[in-house]
Design a protein around this ligand. Structure first.
Ligand SMILES: C[S@@+](CC[C@H](N)C(=O)[O-])C[C@H]1O[C@@H](n2cnc3c(N)ncnc32)[C@H](O)[C@@H]1O
Length: 248
């Protein structure tokens, strides 16, 4: 997991100049989707791996009491500058941080899978402890089948920067690989490597953590033949799917 701080810090620095170009409407829709997926009133939220804090911020603007945990100092500094002051942003590691409170909702969007299976299970057990008895967690899980088929696809994450991103797949360990570099600095490459799990595999892992999956929500997929993106793809063909879990 040593790559995490360096990768996410550099990803942020690569994208920093273009973040203003992401329309707020996107984050509003994501926050709306989360409230629909929870499907009942909730007050308190814990977000793990909150990045720039945009979604946590939208939930705070909807009146939720939000605590956001993020590993990278530069990201938390950015979030503190731009996010609603009612939101609590903590720079810390979700594997070691001590939080006594329990929450109605825990979210971990786009990022589950940084360590090995043992680390994932440890985190799921921590998630169990952070949930109130009738709380829900929404967690995005990378789908191996999609990643296997996008091996070596290359793209520019935004037209506003000179950054290239290339996808890969580590078949032996079932991990998606996502390598970023600046066009003019080809020797400085940064890779994130996240474990992918099928719906069945994550179901078994959640069971071991005493968590029950109550719904699977497939996210989107990119068709690299036509360069078109669809918002919801079939469960075994999506980039990632979201699981809704509660205590067993
Ligand atoms: C792929 S990004 C997703 C960011 C955000 N959730 C989003 O959807 O835009 C994953 C985030 O998790 C953070 N992260 C990774 N490992 C972490 C850890 N052990 N503790 C806290 N945050 C971590 C990274 O720094 C990064 O900002």
């Amino acid at each position: 997991m040593q790559w995490t701080n360096q990768f996410y810090k550099n990803q942020f620095l690569f994208l920093k100049s273009s973040v203003e170009n992401i329309p707020t409407a996107y984050f509003e829709r994501e926050a709306q989707k989360i409230t629909e997926q929870v499907g009942r009133p909730f007050e308190t939220v814990l977000e793990l791996g909150a990045g720039m804090g945009n979604i946590a911020n939208q939930l705070a603007l909807l009146g939720k009491e939000v605590m956001a945990i993020e590993l990278v100092k530069e990201l938390t500094e950015h979030a503190k500058k731009y996010c609603d002051e009612k939101m609590t942003i903590i720079c810390g590691d979700f594997y070691t941080i001590n939080i006594e409170q329990q929450f109605d909702l825990l979210i971990y969007l786009d990022g589950f899978g940084v360590g090995n299976d043992e680390n994932q299970l440890r985190l799921l057990k921590r998630i169990y402890n952070w949930l109130s008895d009738d709380g829900y967690a929404l967690i995005d899980i990378y789908e191996p089948n999609y990643w296997r088929h996008v091996y070596k696809e290359e793209m520019r994450p935004t037209e506003y920067t000179k950054i290239i991103r290339q996808y890969g797949f580590d078949e032996e360990n079932s991990r998606m690989l996502d390598t970023w570099w600046h066009m003019e600095e080809k020797n400085d490459k940064y890779t994130q490597s996240l474990a992918c799990y099928t719906a069945e595999e994550i179901y078994d892992m959640c069971q071991q953590a005493n968590l029950e999956i109550v719904t699977y929500y497939p996210n989107g997929a990119m068709n690299f033949k036509t360069w078109t993106y669809c918002d919801i793809a079939p469960l075994h063909h999506c980039i990632s799917y979201r699981i809704k879990v509660r205590k067993k």
